[in-house]
Write a protein that binds this ligand. Structure first.
Ligand code: GTP
Ligand code: MG
Length: 206
């Protein structure tokens, strides 16, 4: 990580707004980087680690914590925005709610001209599941660039981590819009956060 990167991420980061529906999206005036993934995968926690704030994005043990699109401005005036998304594929929420989240997520992802890249988070204990595969296919079809990020690597052994890295790399080669590299992270232990910051800035500049 260079000086520029640390300067940007240790500078001002402010919550802009929550959008429960598409009509509440902020004006598309700066690049956006979205964090997507299954419910409870660690999206909000990783955003907090990224910007080095404890409770910037609301994280919780209860799956389905993030229910809206939350926008965070990085820099004043903002250089770019980070978007914390509701989780997809949370089976315990009412079906209607899950469908509403899915529409919101898909409509945002497909229709946002300023969206530079989606960071698709995958729990390193589980690897890519069917529901992840579905969203990856959707992103491929819509030609939206995305990067796979393994989360919670503090919860597995180094050997398991290597195995899931190899497996994930093999799977993403079949996806046209997937960035040909993955990020390996632990929000808890701050593992891979510096590299993730570089990856975010690389996406912003792309
Ligand atoms: N051990 C460990 N736990 C983590 C890590 N990241 C997140 N968690 C925990 O996983 C749970 C879910 O984290 P969140 O950040 O709320 O997950 P989310 O993807 O935003 O969840 P939703 O908003 O419900 O979709 C919380 O209890 C976190 O403390 C990590 O790197 N390591
Ligand atoms: Mg969340």
């Amino acid at each position: 990580m260079n000086d520029m990167t640390s300067k940007i991420f240790s500078g001002p980061v402010t919550f802009l707004k929550s959008a429960p529906k598409l009509e509440f999206l902020p004006d598309p005036i700066v690049p956006e980087i979205a964090f997507a993934g299954r419910s409870n995968v660690g999206k909000s926690s990783l955003i907090n680690a990224l910007v080095n704030r404890k409770d910037m994005a609301r994280a919780s043990n209860t799956p389905g914590r993030t229910q809206e699109l939350n926008f965070f401005d990085v820099g004043t005036p903002p250089l770019f925005r980070i978007v914390d998304m509701p989780g997809y594929g949370y089976a315990k929420a009412p079906l209607k709610t899950v469908q509403q989240w899915r529409y919101l997520i898909n409509d945002y992802l497909r229709g946002r001209a300023v969206l530079k890249r989606v960071f698709v988070l995958i729990d390193s204990r589980h690897g890519i599941k069917e529901v992840d595969h579905e969203i990856m296919k959707m992103l491929d079809t819509a030609a939206i660039s995305y990067r796979i990020v393994l989360t919670k690597t503090d919860k597995i052994k180094a050997s398991e981590r290597e195995a899931v890295e190899v497996d994930t790399m093999a799977k993403l080669r079949k996806h046209v819009a997937a960035f040909p590299d993955i990020s390996v992270t632990s929000a808890e232990k701050r593992g891979g956060i510096d590299d993730l910051r570089d990856a975010v800035l690389e996406a912003v500049a792309s």
